[in-house]
Design a protein around this ligand. Structure first.
Ligand code: C2E
Ligand code: CA
Ligand code: CA
Ligand code: CA
Length: 276
């Protein structure tokens, strides 16, 4: 039994080791990808709720590892945060998003995700303004998405940074609303323009009446506060119909309309819509 225990233990350690090495290897490879232009950007449209027009596209980071294939962004963004290179990814995303947005119809904006770490450093203001002046994109066409977790920490500092960005004509959205320890008081205290309601509010709206009431309550309050409402993760025609019946959204983002795609796909999709 002693040897079995030992065997089990060794196997366990080997497994832990492999996991650890795997993360280390992934980090090394991610660093190289960041340095050599190995990341790319996919865009997911946000539509007017009737589907007639694209108003904005969210920029989503993509990394295809040479051996493992696509690595989910929540995984590699966390690695990048641990490695201290997330601001380089943010800078790359901002730059590419602005350049691509310039090729889209002029009414369309692009929305870029910020990490919690980006908002701990006031350097983000000059990173964003430098990218805007280098690319020539009008600030009114840039949206920035911040999550609730960003807002919990060092609230005063974050508030100042967001105010500075907003003062330059950039639109600020609160992302994944309703997933964290969300407090409705953030909606009032922070300089926000848009609320993106998380897809967990949408999933069972037909079956879960209480959840749907929560969604409608959040929507009504957000409207009172003058925020624009985006509902994320809308997957079915049935969910969309319910959202439209109760006028819950200004904009809808989700597979029901379109999945993330390359910038060229956004151009042809908006062409098709404009011809209709
Ligand atoms: P997110 O910001 O909430 O982005 C929306 C995610 O929902 C995307 O996943 C998108 O592909 C997915 N999605 C869109 N429509 C639907 C739908 O109808 N149903 C479902 N189930 N999912 C839908 P993705 O691209 O895998 O990104 C995951 C997360 O990674 C993002 O969540 C965001 O938190 C993070 N992320 C992605 N790109 C960046 C980036 O450039 N910077 C930072 N800081 N984070 C990023
Ligand atoms: Ca987002
Ligand atoms: Ca605005
Ligand atoms: Ca989101």
């Amino acid at each position: 039994s002693k040897s079995r225990e030992k065997g089990g233990c060794t196997a366990f350690e080997a497994k832990m080791d492999a996991h650890y090495l795997d993360r280390q290897k992934l980090k090394t490879d991610l660093r190289e990808a960041v340095e050599t232009g190995g990341l790319s950007v996919a865009y997911q449209p946000m539509f007017l709720a009737d589907g007639s027009r694209i108003e904005c596209c969210e920029a989503l980071a993509r990394w295809t590892h040479c051996e493992r294939g696509p690595v989910p962004p929540d995984v590699f963004i966390q690695l990048a945060e641990e490695m201290g290179v997330v601001s380089e990814i943010t800078r790359f995303m901002l730059r590419q998003a602005c350049l691509d947005c310039l090729k889209w119809p002029g009414h369309m904006a692009v929305s870029v995700n910020l990490s919690v770490l980006d908002l701990r450093n006031s350097e983000i203001v000059s990173i964003v303004t430098d990218v805007l002046s280098e690319t020539g994109l009008d600030p009114s066409r840039l949206h920035l998405e911040v999550t609730e977790s960003c807002l919990m920490e060092e609230a005063a500092k974050v508030q100042t940074i967001l105010q500075e960005l907003r003062g330059r004509g950039i639109t600020i959205a609160i992302d994944d609303f309703g997933t964290g320890y969300s407090s409705l008081s953030y909606l009032d205290a922070l300089p926000l323009d848009i609320i993106k309601i998380d897809r967990s509010f949408v999933r069972n709206i037909r079956e879960d009446a209480r959840r749907f009431k929560l969604l409608r309550g959040t929507v009504n309050l957000s409207r009172e506060l003058g925020l624009k409402i985006v509902i994320e993760g809308v997957e079915t025609k049935d969910q969309l119909a319910l959202i439209n019946e109760f006028k819950c959204a200004d904009l809808v983002q989700g597979y029901v309309f379109a999945a993330p795609m390359p910038s060229a796909g956004i151009i042809s999709l908006s062409d098709t819509l404009l011809k209709k």
